[in-house]
Design a binder for this molecule. Structure first.
Ligand code: SF4
Length: 456
């Protein structure tokens, strides 16, 4: 569930049903104003809503006013161990301060920071780390690390409430993906405050992105989490922002820029798709609209799964085709596919988002597609469609079985079993089947994901 309460970090709402905010952290020395502002501009350009800066020394706090003045997005000061830096950051105008009450020097110092935050209307991010839980929870951490993390977070929340402070969000950081998922699920049930999600020290761009996608994606899909940060071992903070956006776009939680769909390729691939996909992805960065662009490795499958894409390309050895919303637009030599695709996209925008279709070129492309398509080939896309239909069939059969069992149980008490409702359910289930075109079956049958289909 989305958090009940909402706070504002600068102008960005967090929680209470607001869009999940993307944040990152600069990797520069904060006192180096030029380098820090340069990185902030880059992350803002990549789509960060908020940025956090490490403030470990007085000179970092002293740099904050100028950085805040020059930043296009709100600034969070990240403080550990030293409550005077938290006070200085608030006085410098930070839009939010992150601190872990457990390592800031005791409840009196926390109270001092909270008092100033109240007076200035500055929100705090309070939280706990799996590596530094309070001593009285160490035994629990050993037996039940998830409950220990949640208990520590709840204690922090209770401390804030005792101080009559409610302008905060909460984070629980763990390097373990399963513990992050389990603890945030529990905490979301227990507190109404916005949650900050992240996997601590997730790793390199590759493994860290995957861990974050699994951990944060699972929680976000359950509608848990109000702001996210992807922690990657890279100096380029904008990479973290791009990964965050891909997660949010994949879950359809937010839209930003085009969506690229590309087939996974298989033995039917007929052109250098790696290069083409990379080029298409790069050139799409120049567009802000969330159009969907698809790249298919061959025309054997027709336009298939890419039928809904705003634009797409598919190629054979020396020729390819451009299509839009499932309709061929024109055929072009393979080496011109990408340029021609972007010409069509630009024409679409120039015409006020209307696809420009030349009927003669479209007819030629349809002909090319018909010559290259093979409606009998068991492509990955068709196998997936068959599996989806089979799963649907299984679900319908289960429903019928359940209703028959229920009728049997009722009949045991009330007399003869009524067969009619079950028969009607079978008929209804048959009517609801999606219309999947079954390709012609040739050759020996192979086992695919527990079902028997024939592959040519
Ligand atoms: S059959 Fe499907 S996965 Fe294989 S190259 Fe063609 S479009 Fe790509």
């Amino acid at each position: 569930m989305a958090s009940e309460k909402q706070i504002h970090v600068g102008s960005v709402p967090i929680g209470g049903g607001a869009p999940v905010a993307v944040q990152t952290m600069t990797k520069t020395e904060t006192a180096n104003v030029a380098a820090t502002v340069d990185q902030i501009l880059k992350v803002a350009e990549a789509g960060a809503d908020i940025v956090r800066l490490a403030v470990p020394r007085d000179k970092d706090a002293a740099a904050l006013p100028e950085i805040i003045e020059r930043s296009p997005i709100p600034i969070i000061a990240d403080i550990h161990f030293n409550h005077t830096l938290a006070l200085k950051s608030i006085q410098a105008g930070a839009h939010c301060v992150r601190l872990n009450p457990g390592n800031i020097g005791g409840p009196e110092k926390v109270a001092e920071v909270v008092e100033l935050a109240k007076r200035t209307g500055t929100p705090l991010r309070v939280g706990v780390n799996s590596g530094s839980l309070p001593k009285h929870l160490l035994e629990l951490e050993f037996s039940d690390p998830v409950e220990a993390l949640v208990a520590a977070a709840v204690e922090t929340v209770e401390l804030m409430e005792r101080l009559d402070f409610y302008n905060f969000k909460v984070s629980m950081k763990s390097t373990s993906v399963p513990n992050t998922i389990a603890s945030n699920r529990k905490l979301a049930q227990r507190i109404p405050y916005p949650l900050h999600l992240g996997i601590t020290e997730a790793g390199t761009k590759w493994s860290g992105s995957l861990k974050s996608a699994v951990g944060l994606g699972t929680l976000l899909a359950d509608n848990i989490g109000d702001t996210i940060r992807i922690s990657l071992s890279t100096f380029h903070a904008e990479e973290e922002v791009k990964v965050a956006w891909e997660i949010l776009k994949a879950l359809k939680l937010r839209e930003r820029g085009p969506v690229l769909i590309a087939c996974p390729t298989c033995g039917r691939l007929q052109f250098d798709m790696d290069t083409v996909v990379a080029e298409v992805e790069e050139r799409l960065r120049a567009y802000e609209d969330p159009i969907e662009v698809s790249v298919l490795g061959c025309a054997v499958n027709g336009i298939g799964e890419a039928r809904h894409a705003d634009f797409g390309i598919t190629g054979a050895k020396d020729m390819g085709m451009i299509y839009s919303k499932g309709e061929p637009l024109k055929k072009v030599p393979t080496e011109a596919l990408v340029d021609e695709l972007f010409k069509e996209i630009d024409r679409y925008y120039a015409a006020g988002k209307t696809v420009q279709r030349d009927e003669e070129a479209a007819a030629e492309a349809r002909e090319w597609l018909a010559a290259n398509e093979d409606t009998t080939a068991m492509t990955p896309e068709r196998i997936a469609a068959l599996e989806a239909a089979a799963a649907h069939e299984d679900a319908a059969a289960e429903e019928v079985l359940d209703s028959m069992l229920a009728a049997t149980a009722a009949g045991a008490n009330e007399g003869p079993v009524q067969a009619e409702p079950a028969a009607q359910a079978v008929q209804a289930a048959a009517v609801q089947q999606p219309a999947v075109q079954q390709p012609a079956v040739q050759g020996p049958a192979v086992q695919v994901a527990g079902r028997r289909f024939s592959r040519r």
